[in-house]
Ligand binder design. Structure first.
Ligand SMILES: [Zn+2]
Length: 105
């Protein structure tokens, strides 16, 4: 796991969110919740985003992707892949060798 530390939510400036060093800014679950309401129109997107709320609570990355998907109605292939990878990792936590992480260049 990447090192985690606490960052203050940029929106309410009140709640703390677990962030990794890659996150420039984070929004807490409560603040993201409003933007996460609704469903994607695209059936494959809808299926992709249909994961347990717990995962969204734990990952600001997943929240961010969902919000983008709802806002723009689509995601890039890279975003879809990254989403799947993160969900997979969270569902099956296991020691990773040296998997490339989303956002690294
Ligand atoms: Zn907040």
């Amino acid at each position: 796991m990447a090192a985690k530390y606490k960052m203050r939510c940029i929106r309410c400036k009140k709640n703390y969110v677990l962030a990794s060093y890659r996150d420039r800014y984070v929004v807490c679950y409560e603040c993201s919740e409003k933007d996460m309401k609704g469903e994607a129109k695209d059936p494959s997107l809808k299926k992709l985003l249909n994961i347990s709320e717990e995962l969204y609570r734990e990952s600001s990355f997943l929240r961010d992707i969902k919000i983008k998907a709802l806002r723009y109605g689509n995601l890039t292939e890279k975003q879809v892949e990254a989403f799947k990878t993160v969900v997979e990792k969270m569902k099956n936590p296991k020691p990773q060798k040296k998997a490339p992480e989303y956002g690294e260049k």
